[in-house]
Design a protein around this ligand. Structure first.
Ligand SMILES: [Zn+2]
Length: 393
């Protein structure tokens, strides 16, 4: 069986990938040689961690259990879901280890503490007062990360982009060349970071295109011709003109309080979990008539799009909650007030919101089709590596 490189270009929509492949050399060369699914469906909710876990397991959030990027309560102190043990379905790296294959991961979500990834630089979002490097050293491959910081730490500028991607790509190239892993997972977040602060088509985003194109070329080169490569994006972003904080509705109703770190639970312990393009009401101990009043207030609030369907509640792992709702185009729901020019987390039926994946390697005929789903990636990857994934039956 061959080796496999999976590269995630965070937040690059299908049309943005096509625009990039029309103008940048490495993306163009890759697209010419790849079997691509354009306008593919992401996974709901369309946020980075749930989607990456679906790519790694072939299962929706309901089944793999990582239903959001962060803990649900709307507070600055809500932690990101970084631990690999949060994933309840078998991952590609677990299946690879069972098959006696080696894996490497660079900034891949939900990999912290994984015993199955031999060379691991996990994505960790530290809380104020925590040290990024020490937390990373504890959560991934200690010696490898120490060597990488010594060799490439000068590329870093905190968590700023495109510096962070420069570091991540340098580490991944180093591991690809020196360790030759069977499975390598790389998560590049430059476009996502810049897109949150710049509207669609903004000249500022050229920095991200150029950076991603350079990294793609270097990664493919380091992986070598015999390695199959899958490139994909996890979700698109839509332009935002108004950031909403829907928990203000609950404050006005006297159901929750406001504190230094965001909101504070009230006696009923109800709150609205904010996921960008959508939000979910956790009723806690609030009686049914109270929940009905919150539902009415949400429907009457600025920027309300629609209530989520039973299927959307179920697939996102929220079947047990009272209701969820999505934002209209131009609006998004955040835990705390923040400046955003773009966001994700919307339902899959939003226009211009599809993603892509493309596979280049032996047995994959170059060409493009429309359609497909990011849930296709895990079975393709398992097939390339010859893995048994009981998730995928
Ligand atoms: Zn993302």
């Amino acid at each position: 069986m061959g080796k496999l490189l999976i590269v995630s270009l965070d937040a690059l929509s299908s049309r943005e990938w096509e625009a990039m492949a029309a103008r940048y050399p490495n993306a163009a060369a890759f697209a010419r040689g790849a079997s691509a699914s354009l306008d593919a469906r992401s996974v709901f909710p369309t946020n980075t961690y749930p989607v990456h876990c679906s790519v790694a397991t072939g299962r929706p959030p309901r089944e793999h259990g990582v239903t959001s990027n962060t803990e649900p309560f709307p507070s600055r102190r809500s932690r990101w879901i970084t631990s690999a043990s949060a994933i309840r379905a078998k991952t590609l790296w677990q299946a690879a280890r069972e098959a006696g294959l080696t894996s490497a991961a660079a900034l891949w979500p939900c990999t912290a503490g994984s015993p199955d990834i031999r060379w691991n630089i996990p994505e960790i979002h530290v809380q104020p007062g925590e040290n990024q490097i020490i937390t990373n050293l504890r959560s991934g491959s200690f010696l490898l990360q120490l060597r990488m910081v010594l060799r490439y730490g000068k590329l870093l500028d905190g968590a700023r982009q495109p510096a962070l991607d420069n570091f991540v790509a340098a580490c991944a190239v180093d591991v690809l060349r020196r360790k030759r892993p069977d499975l390598t997972l790389v998560h590049l977040t430059c476009y996502d970071t810049l897109r949150h602060h710049n509207p669609y088509g903004s000249p500022a985003l050229e920095t991200a295109y150029a950076s991603l194109d350079g990294h793609l070329g270097r990664l493919l080169d380091a992986a070598g011709k015999d390695t199959t490569a899958i490139v994909f994006s996890d979700h698109a972003q839509l332009d935002v003109h108004t950031v909403l904080t829907p928990n203000d509705i609950l404050v006005e109703m006297g159901l929750i309080g406001v504190g230094a770190d965001g909101y504070e639970p009230g006696g009923h312990r109800c709150f609205i979990e904010c996921c960008g393009g959508c939000a979910f009401f956790h009723a806690g101990g609030l009686p049914g008539d109270g929940t009905a009043r919150v539902r009415e207030a949400a429907a009457a609030s600025e920027g309300f799009g629609r209530f989520l369907t039973d299927e959307e509640m179920d697939v996102s792992g929220r079947a047990g909650l009272a209701f969820g709702f999505s934002a209209k185009r131009g609006y998004c729901y955040n835990s705390i007030k923040a400046d955003e020019k773009g966001n994700h987390g919307y339902p899959l039926d939003m226009p211009d919101y599809n993603v892509f994946y493309a596979v280049r390697g032996k047995g994959f005929t170059p060409g493009a089709r429309r359609g497909g789903s990011l849930l296709d990636i895990a079975p393709i990857a398992a097939g390339i590596l010859g893995l048994g994934m009981d998730n995928l039956d």
